[in-house]
Design a protein around this ligand. Sequence first.
Ligand SMILES: [Zn+2]
Length: 419
Amino acid sequence: MGMEVLNREQLLNEGVVAKFLRYVQVDSPSGEGEGVPSTPEQWQMARLLEAELRELGLRDVRVDSHGIVTATLPGNVPGAPVIGLLAHYDTYPGTPGRGVRPIVHRQYAGGPIHLPAGPVLSPEEQPALLQCVGHDLITSDGSTLLGADDKAGVAEIMEILCRLLRNPDWPRGDLRVAFTPDEETGRGVRHFDVAGFGAVAAYTFDGSGLGEVECENFNALNLRVTIAGRSAHTGTARGKMINALHLVAEFIGAIPAHMRPETTSGYEGFIHPDEIQGNVEAVSLTVLLRDFTEEGLSRKRAIVEGLLAGLEQRYPGCRTRVEVTGGYRNMKPVLDQHPRVVELALQAVREAGLEPVQKPIRGGTDGAVLTEMGLPTPNLFTGGMNYHSRTEWVSVQWMEKAVEVGLRLVALWAREGAA
Ligand SMILES: [Zn+2]
């Protein structure tokens, strides 16, 4: 597909919906590759956004070697704090995400929406649809995801820039924007140059329903657990064999039933065996630990280690090992030290005529990683719903509200500088 870049006038005036419809038709799933970006296709989005930012005349337009796109919109309030707006342009790799054909459903009347490829989007499964009767909704044709996660966020930030360019008197400090790859693999933003970005605070537009301001998420620890037994010929195994498969069955069976993703919600954490491979000799499995507090996470790790120590005691000769392969932290303790970052987001949402919705995220966000890296970064709604599925959908009216919240947030931060 030849990538023609619209001219400045077209970009300034097309609106958030046209931007969104263009971006979702550019394939950019993340994937299995070792590097960042993990798929070559993601470069298409990086290059397109770079070209559009240049066409709009932004400053410091840059794409680094990992596909992280950054730019500056100079402010008009001297001394105002520099803030950042971020969205990720990769899409979820676990659902077909290439060749997205978006469909705009004007003035949703309520009831089920039958997508051409078969899936049905219904208020029974998506009660939030009932808040959107009369809205214009966008879905895929049902054969792929839509990619509102997170191209809704990308389109909204690009539209915020366009509105600010069209309204030069709207108060703003220097505004930094960043579009990042590989959020879905959790790796892209690890390469983010926080010092070079130079913002005091940032916001990801990567949430979901109307009014969401997300400031807390799981602490996460991903473990690789190895249980090694001892192999022997089955005919003469008596007294010799230690079957690692039986040991791992005991281990998994002993994980408390009330500490599983399928039995927890809200602020409850979990211990989750996620993937396994092995044989009599050795089994290796991935175990995900999640908890909103550091102490809770440590307790879960202690449970895992206690179960493994128990195996070693009961089956002399077996060996167990735990390696940490990844994780992230709850952003809340850091954000609590920077209360204005959250307060101004809540105020922007209220000024847009909405009631802020604050829920703990039972997962991580790029903002959690950035916050850990020193850039306080709560997460704001985009208006996209039912992410990672073929019945993903977005309300046009909610996208417009996300743009409005962003504009109000920019003005609120400009006032912080004048104070
Ligand atoms: Zn996302």
